[in-house]
Write a protein that binds this ligand. Structure first.
Ligand SMILES: [Zn+2]
Length: 66
């Protein structure tokens, strides 16, 4: 089990795998960083997909290094 901070604040989430960690972080993201999600609502689906891929790549690397 790894503990890793949110990429935007000091909130910590835990997971055995990156996917578990991401799922554990999701409710926090929706609550604490709704503005970030909202700021991306104007993007096209393609742009949103790219942003998500980038976010996942960056955070997967952080998770693996933790
Ligand atoms: Zn956060």
């Amino acid at each position: 089990m790894k503990t890793l901070k949110c990429d935007l604040c000091n909130h910590e989430a835990q997971g055995e795998t990156f996917e578990e960690w991401m799922n554990a972080l999701k409710p926090h993201y929706g609550e604490a960083h709704a503005d970030v999600i909202h700021s991306k609502s104007g993007l096209s689906d393609e742009e949103k997909r790219k942003e998500m891929m980038k976010w996942m790549a960056e955070n997967r690397a952080r998770f693996d290094a933790a």
